[in-house]
Design a protein around this ligand. Structure first.
Ligand code: GDP
Length: 546
């Protein structure tokens, strides 16, 4: 036909951007990108390690801890993490499991670093929630869950530490339903606990997996029995089996059927029991991630909705980490690929500035090693070293003007002034603070009237980390001094002239954050009332993207 003839002319034979290459849909559909969330000490690190072990990403268990340890050795500021036994920085790991490519994002457990966690949670399609069966739902579990709920993130639950004396499983289920307001659908059920932990019963497959303790064993070595009635088990674990049988009857009678839609909307959570340290119950969780967790979905940018299988690359910076390697003064921007295929060396455009960035040294995060990255697809996380070109919330494309939304900055709740002990090092202080501010480790405000910089945080530990990092990474001894401020609100106005007037009128209370967004500072709630003379002025407790 006419059409074919035209299409075959040399000019038209140039591949259009949309037609370039083959469909990337199969690659996108096998991606599973999730975060692992928990209250500190629930077993997140241990479970991460076992997931990696199980997926064959590492040979021996213990490597994640070893990785933590070696980071301590090379990076001083991690000292804080070591001293406090909390993980400050979140990291990324990638592994293959069956047909799936799994991207696992770690999150800091301590609430003082919750901002970092919130941003990591914007980069995932699902979350794995770890609960300590001895403690049940803890404060940080609830807080994190609320963030997931705000984004309708699907959640898979792992109830850990069944090898010790823990709460009654029925009570745990009840607690999750009441406190977290999630409908629980148990996929497995424990038989006994602590010294009398016999194993878990896989409700859907009618199988019992017998518990044997042992840290570095693969779960495939464990014994699985079909059905529930086994005289030899009843001999050893009679009471536990009788009780589990009753509980399972109760729970399967009372609980909802698994509804994939309700799970994908974050209303229902499949629940698994086990013991991470014994690598027990971990395979079931991995299988659930592969089978149930969603592949990357379409995402909203200001301009339009972007589909992951689109050919053109786009991504968003959700985390920036400076000085990961003290020998190289660079920063790594963690980018969630939102659409298309990334190939190393690609030239990408930054939406905020219109500037281009080369990606010859982009890296992937294969288990604990950082490696040069050749290609990546929607759902993957890539690291792009840079010297400050990339900031939190930045959108990268092959040229299209796009800005993804949804990366949150929260108005700080605690403020400190910052002074330098040695005035000769004022410049280093400014540089250090600006970089740490851009990284999101703390919020840095420059007062409109000049004077000392102000630091704003959500948790006090952030100040300690910043002071520590200023000293070790920038050689600046910083003094934190009290301020009268307790609250901050970003200010916008429909009318730019009015905004300027407002700023002039309130000059002594206005400061600018790292992206130069004007902020109103207050000492108490009452000061946040906007007088009637301002017609279009608005305050915001949340800022999204630059
Ligand atoms: P995180 O703070 O959530 O990363 O927790 P960790 O993985 O560091 O674990 C906290 C503590 O719980 C450590 O002492 C672990 O050895 C312990 N732990 C982890 N998993 C289990 C488990 O299955 N059973 C028992 N009894 N202890 C566990």
């Amino acid at each position: 036909s006419q059409d074919t003839l035209v299409a075959e002319s040399p000019l038209d034979a140039q591949p259009s951007p949309a037609a370039r290459g083959k469909s990337i849909l199969p690659e996108v559909e096998r991606r599973r990108t999730f975060a692992i969330i928990s209250h500190p000490d629930a077993g997140k690190t241990t479970l991460t390690e076992k997931l990696l072990l199980f997926a064959g990403a590492i040979q021996i268990a213990g490597s994640v801890k070893a990785r933590k340890a070696s980071r301590h050795a090379t990076s001083d500021w991690m000292e804080i993490e070591k001293q406090r036994g909390i993980s400050v920085a979140s990291s990324v790991m990638q592994m293959e499991y069956g047909d799936c490519v799994i991207n696992l994002l770690d999150t800091p457990g301590h609430q003082d670093f919750s901002e970092d966690t919130y941003r990591v949670l914007t980069a995932v399609d699902a979350a794995l929630m770890v609960i300590d069966a001895g403690n049940g739902v803890e404060p940080q579990t609830l807080r994190l869950l609320e963030v997931c709920r705000a984004r309708n993130t699907p959640i898979i639950t792992f109830i850990n530490k069944l090898d010790s004396e823990v709460k009654d499983p029925l009570d745990l289920v009840d607690e999750i339903e009441k406190v977290l307001k999630l409908t629980v659908v148990p996929f497995t059920w424990p038989v006994g606990m602590g010294k009398r932990f016999a194993g878990v019963y896989d409700i859907r497959n009618d199988q019992i997996r017998l518990f044997r303790s042992g840290k570095d064993r693969l779960e495939t070595e464990s014994e699985t029995l079909q059905g529930f009635d086994h005289p030899e088990l009843a001999d050893r674990f009679g009471a536990e089996f009788a009780q589990a049988e009753q509980e399972i009857e109760l729970i399967t009678g009372a609980s909802a059927e698994f509804d994939k839609e309700a799970f994908l909307n974050g209303q229902q959570t499949p629940v698994f029991f086990g013991s991470a340290i014994n690598n027990f119950g971990v395979k079931e969780v991995l299988d659930a991630l592969a089978e149930l967790a969603p592949a990357p979905k379409a995402r909203a940018a200001i301009q339009r909705v972007v589909h992951p299988e689109e050919q053109a690359f786009s991504g968003v910076v959700f985390k920036v980490q400076a000085n990961m390697d003290p020998a190289h003064r660079d920063r790594i921007a963690f980018v969630r690929v939102c659409s298309g295929k990334f190939t190393r060396g690609m030239q990408l455009k930054i939406g905020r500035t219109g500037k281009s960035i080369r990606t010859a040294s982009a890296m992937s995060f294969l288990s604990q090693r950082r490696e040069l990255l050749e290609e990546a697809y929607a759902g993957d996380i890539i690291g792009i070293p840079n010297h400050g070109l990339l900031q939190l919330g930045d959108t990268l494309t092959e040229g299209e003007k796009l800005q993804y939304t949804g990366l949150p900055f929260f108005a700080p709740e605690i403020f400190q002034g910052v002074e330098v002990a040695d005035p000769m090092r004022a410049k280093q202080l400014r540089t250090g603070l600006m970089q740490l501010g851009e990284e999101g480790a703390i919020q840095v405000f420059r007062p409109h009237d000049g004077g000392a910089l102000l630091l704003g945080a959500v948790g006090t530990l952030q100040f300690e980390v910043v002071a520590h990092r200023l000293k070790h990474e920038y050689g600046v001894e910083a003094r934190l001094v009290p301020t009268k401020y307790r609250l901050a609100r970003w200010v916008t106005a429909e009318d730019p002239a009015e905004l300027k007037q407002f700023i002039d009128f309130n000059a002594y209370r206005i400061a600018y954050d790292v992206v130069e967004a004007p902020t109103f500072l207050a000492s108490y709630q009452g000061e946040l009332v906007i007088s009637e003379r301002w017609k279009t002025i608005k305050y915001h407790a949340l800022r999204e993207h630059a």
